[in-house]
Design a protein around this ligand. Structure first.
Ligand code: HEC
Ligand code: HEC
Length: 187
């Protein structure tokens, strides 16, 4: 009994330490240099009046998905219409420097405390609704991991464009995945 208590205290301490490491590891921001050449003016003219260019690095998307993202994020913040040539220059750059084969810069994420949890049906519904947009669920079922690992993975999927807009819902999904696809004992 005492052994069990010590073990669970150690497990809790480890969990806290890793949650802390996770939040502390995420305070830096990405560094994105302003590109040279004609693109430089396109960006200066259209893209820097409201926010910087460094947050492009939070994403790793195809050209098509970049186009969707720019449209979606600016619905309430209209961006000046660009000429087709300027838009093509911008999208080529985004898809090249922040393309799907890259690794999105991790965002600061503070895991919310949950007061309700997904059951299997709710968890599966999320997988069917959100994840199959880009890949088969084999990828998910072939992966096992702790809550931390699932969190990081879902943040990465979100940065790739997965529709996981709400932190508590994402946390519920990570928590459910960490139960049904739990880490191997010796991982
Ligand atoms: C009129 C102000 C405005 C201009 C001009 C503007 N943006 Fe934005 N942009 C925003 C706002 C506000 C958001 C955040 C929207 C949200 O999160 O719902 C945003 C979000 C973004 C995001 C997502 C950032 C993230 O953290 O995920 C990207 C990428 C982006 N903009 C790129 C661009 C590019 C490229 C241009 C130039 C074509 C541009 N923006 C011009 C206001 C602007
Ligand atoms: C916008 C597209 C997109 C969506 C939506 C998406 N993914 Fe992914 N996912 C990817 C891409 C691209 C890769 C391949 C990344 C790589 O190989 O580096 C991937 C890889 C993975 C992997 C394997 C990662 C590894 O390290 O082996 C897992 C697990 C995964 N996704 C889980 C999910 C889950 C769970 C969801 C739904 C909540 C989801 N994905 C939704 C694009 C997406």
């Amino acid at each position: 009994m005492r052994g069990l208590l010590v073990k669970s205290a150690v497990a809790t301490a480890l969990l806290l330490a890793s949650a802390l490491a996770l939040s502390q590891a995420r305070v830096t921001r990405p560094q994105v240099p302003l590109p040279e050449g004609p693109l430089r003016n396109v960006i200066l003219k259209n893209c820097v009046s409201c926010h910087g260019i460094d947050d492009y690095a939070f994403h790793a998307l195809s050209r098509e998905r970049w186009q969707d993202l720019l449209r979606d994020r600016h619905v309430n913040h209209p961006v000046k219409a660009m000429s087709a040539t300027d838009e093509a220059l911008l999208l080529d750059y985004l898809a090249k420097d922040f393309g799907p084969e890259g690794t999105p810069f991790p965002r600061k994420y503070i895991p919310p405390e949950l007061d309700s949890f997904y059951d299997d049906e709710q968890g599966r519904q999320q997988l069917d609704g959100v994840c199959t947009e880009c890949h088969e669920l084999d990828r998910v079922y072939e992966t096992r991991g702790s809550l931390d690992r699932w969190r990081v993975l879902l943040l990465e999927m979100r940065a790739r464009g997965a529709h996981l807009p709400n932190d508590p819902d994402m946390e519920r999904l990570a928590e459910w995945l960490s139960r049904v696809q739990k880490a191997n004992l010796f991982e």
